[in-house]
Design a binder for this molecule. Structure first.
Ligand SMILES: [Zn+2]
Length: 233
């Protein structure tokens, strides 16, 4: 989404996540969440507790859509993301299995005023971005072993983010960017993620909401039975 794909594992439009690794700093408190395999670092125990609570609610939600937890995931909450563009809200770094995410306040400041996501209350918006990154983390643990899959990644992450948003916010976004059916899967491409992120999110949701899709499409993408890649290796 906004400048967006700095949040993604393979940063569409902003290059590989590897370029962002330089200058990373370590936040202060590290706690193991009650939910196995998840840990959080944040400036205060209140923040880490809040994120662990979110993890506890989000994992069953993601697991219900075939996104299983197979390896540990570490989440760092900090407004110092280590040299990423100002509009970057967070990202998942696959080699470290680490999510780096801005604080609630930092995210509210960073989101583009031009994005419809800036009109969503900051707490649910923060949650939805964390869920987006968790979906990247879990999708990476089970998919994409032999092929490029940035577009598959973004589809799953955006679908889970949209599903997590309050219904009214999601409906408002979708009403702004209605699609014509049938939806051409070629529209769900990396260029749209980068150039029209709000429209991309709305289109993903409308595609995901079709009876034949939903979590079944996530399962097919995980299994390699379907791909949204324009240029698979
Ligand atoms: Zn993403």
């Amino acid at each position: 989404m906004t400048k967006a794909d700095c949040r993604a594992i393979f940063g569409v439009g902003v290059g590989s996540m590897a370029v962002f690794m330089a200058g990373m700093v370590v936040a202060s408190e590290r706690v193991a969440c009650a939910r196995p395999s998840f840990s959080v670092e944040a400036d205060t125990p209140v923040i880490s507790g809040m994120v662990c609570d979110l993890v506890d609610r989000a994992v069953p939600f993601l697991e219900a859509c075939h996104l299983e937890v197979r390896m540990p995931v570490h989440i760092v909450v900090s407004d110092d993301l280590g040299g990423v563009p100002d509009g970057c809200l967070g990202y998942f770094e696959c080699d470290r299995s680490e999510i780096r995410i801005r604080t609630v306040e930092g995210m509210a400041r960073a989101v583009s005023d031009a994005s419809m996501f800036s009109t969503i209350d900051k707490a649910p918006y923060f949650e939805s971005v964390v869920v987006h990154e968790m979906a990247h983390a879990l999708f990476e643990q089970s998919a994409c072993e032999r092929t490029k899959c940035a577009e598959n990644h973004e589809y799953v992450a955006h679908a889970m983010q949209m599903a997590w948003l309050p219904v009214a916010d999601r409906e408002r976004l979708v009403a702004t960017f209605p699609v014509e059916y049938p939806i051409d899967p070629l529209r769900l491409n990396a260029f749209m993620v980068a150039l029209a992120p709000d429209r991309y999110a709305a289109t993903v949701w409308q595609h995901f909401s079709l009876p034949e899709n939903g979590c079944a499409v996530v399962g097919r993408l995980l299994a390699g039975e379907q791909s949204l890649q324009l240029m698979p290796e």
